[in-house]
Design a protein around this ligand. Structure first.
Ligand SMILES: Cc1cc2nc3c(=O)[nH]c(=O)nc-3n(C[C@H](O)[C@H](O)[C@H](O)COP(=O)(O)OP(=O)(O)OC[C@H]3O[C@@H](n4cnc5c(N)ncnc54)[C@H](O)[C@@H]3O)c2cc1C
Length: 410
């Protein structure tokens, strides 16, 4: 095995080195706070820069229950959007699928949280923990896997530091360097679409409904935020997305009013329009000896239905549960049999959601008459067949599949 890490280098020891201090990586650390395991988080950006992203995400009921289980939800909840209704529709087709809280007997159907609110709450929660350290800003530059441990090289202020860990976690996002160093292959594709994401303020009297409206150019998600604002994620073919980004504000709002069908009243644009290319990706393996991948490092999906981050939060809760159990039973937390339990649990569940979002995007971003007829029949069935409606709602809110223990009592 070749190593860029010198053999004689003094190493700092920890049980778990988490590469990536985004929401998924820090969620894992937060769950491990009282586990007795020594954790080091390595984040390339300064803490406040990592937290400063303006993006807001749809947060599923399951994610909220995981955060309740950690004990950070009461910090997050007052500052985020909450929705009691979801409306699913196909262009201007009159049959709208209406999901209500009564369908699940819950107070809300989901939440919309800004990146900085969630990440800052998590950072604060672990700040006083004696068993969690940060190397920040610190960039993982190499990982060498040995039988009993992994050596992680980290660039901190131009200097190379080294860590010895029983387990390395790749939580370093879609372009994961840890994944490529481990030569873990991925499958998937880039979509013909990009998302234009932005925030608006509106004058519609109520702001407790999330809309997913499908247009032949791509889906448009409208997610309520506090202060009569909404985060909009509008998928379009690349060229059209670029044009929408470049439009004069007045023309852009006019276009938006047409596509939201006047449901939001007067609209004011209150953020930049940011473009994200969209991809579907799943790793062939989530684990190898001394390594586990979580969040976007392991999988990425189309933003339709707002699932991506929620999958990562579920990965973190599942992996933490398995690691804590292994640690309490005196097992080696970096051994392949322990890590494979995580892969077996999460890989199939994630694949189902990746497939579901891909199906939604392809089935609805389409003007071919037979498909239009079938999908409108599908919407009618979903509206009128309660079991089908509840199944779809449970899938979207994270209540299908195996629930991590942390979320079971909330
Ligand atoms: C337009 C759009 C809308 C979306 N909407 C939603 C939604 O509504 N709901 C939802 O659930 N999901 C949504 N998603 C998906 C969501 O954004 C991602 O799934 C989520 O941000 C992934 O989090 P992560 O922590 O895995 O990765 P990231 O947020 O990418 O974090 C990775 C971290 O690792 C750090 N890092 C990278 N390389 C290194 C290195 N070598 N060393 C140290 N640190 C490193 C980075 O600085 C970063 O802080 C959306 C995505 C897009 C594009």
């Amino acid at each position: 095995m070749t190593s860029k890490i010198p053999d004689n280098q003094a190493l700092t020891n920890c049980d778990i080195a988490i590469a990536g201090g985004g929401i998924v990586g820090v969620t894992l650390a937060a769950i491990l706070k009282n586990s007795g395991l020594k954790v080091t988080i390595i984040e390339a950006k300064p803490l406040e820069v990592a937290a400063a992203r303006t993006q807001a995400y749809a947060f599923s009921l399951l994610s909220s229950r995981i955060y309740e289980g950690i004990g950070v939800w009461q910090e997050i909840m007052p500052h985020i959007g909450k929705f009691k209704r979801i409306r699913l529709s196909d262009c201007d087709f009159s049959q709208v699928v209406k999901f209500e809280t009564a369908d699940l007997k819950t107070d809300y159907l989901g939440y919309v949280a800004q990146h900085n609110i969630v990440l800052t709450a998590l950072q604060k929660y672990i700040a006083d923990s004696p068993n969690i350290d940060w190397l920040c800003p610190g960039e993982v530059t190499d990982v060498v896997y040995q039988d009993d441990f992994a050596q992680v090289a980290v660039k901190v202020e131009g200097q190379e530091r080294h860590l010895k860990a029983k387990l390395v976690i790749g939580a370093d996002g879609a372009r994961s360097y840890v994944r490529s160093l481990a030569k873990i292959t991925t499958r998937g594709w880039k979509y013909w679409q990009s998302c234009v994401a932005f925030t608006i303020k509106h004058t519609a009297p109520s702001n407790d409904t999330a809309f997913e409206r499908f247009w032949s150019t791509g889906p448009m998600g409208v997610l309520p935020l506090p202060g009569n604002r909404c985060q909009i994620v509008w998928t379009n073919p690349h060229e059209r997305a670029q044009k929408l980004q470049a439009l004069a504000t007045k023309d852009f709002i006019q276009e938006l009013e047409y596509y939201t069908q006047g449901s939001l009243g007067n609209i004011e644009l209150v953020s930049d329009r940011v473009i994200f290319p969209v991809q579907l990706m799943q790793c062939d393996r989530y684990v190898k000896s001394r390594l586990a991948l979580i969040g976007d490092a392991a999988h990425c999906c189309h933003p339709v239905g707002g699932q991506g981050l929620n999958l990562g939060i579920r990965d973190a809760a599942t992996l933490a549960q398995i690691l804590i159990k292994a640690h309490n039973q005196g097992q080696d937390i970096g051994s392949l049999p322990v890590l494979q339990e995580y892969e077996t649990w999460r890989k199939q569940e994630n694949l189902a959601i990746l497939g579901f979002t891909d199906f939604l995007d392809r089935f609805f971003s389409n003007n071919w008459l037979p498909i239009v007829i079938i999908r409108r029949l599908g919407l009618w069935l979903m509206s009128n067949l309660t079991p089908l409606k509840i199944f779809a709602l449970k899938l979207m809110t994270g209540l299908k599949g195996k629930t991590p223990q942390l979320a079971q009592n909330n």
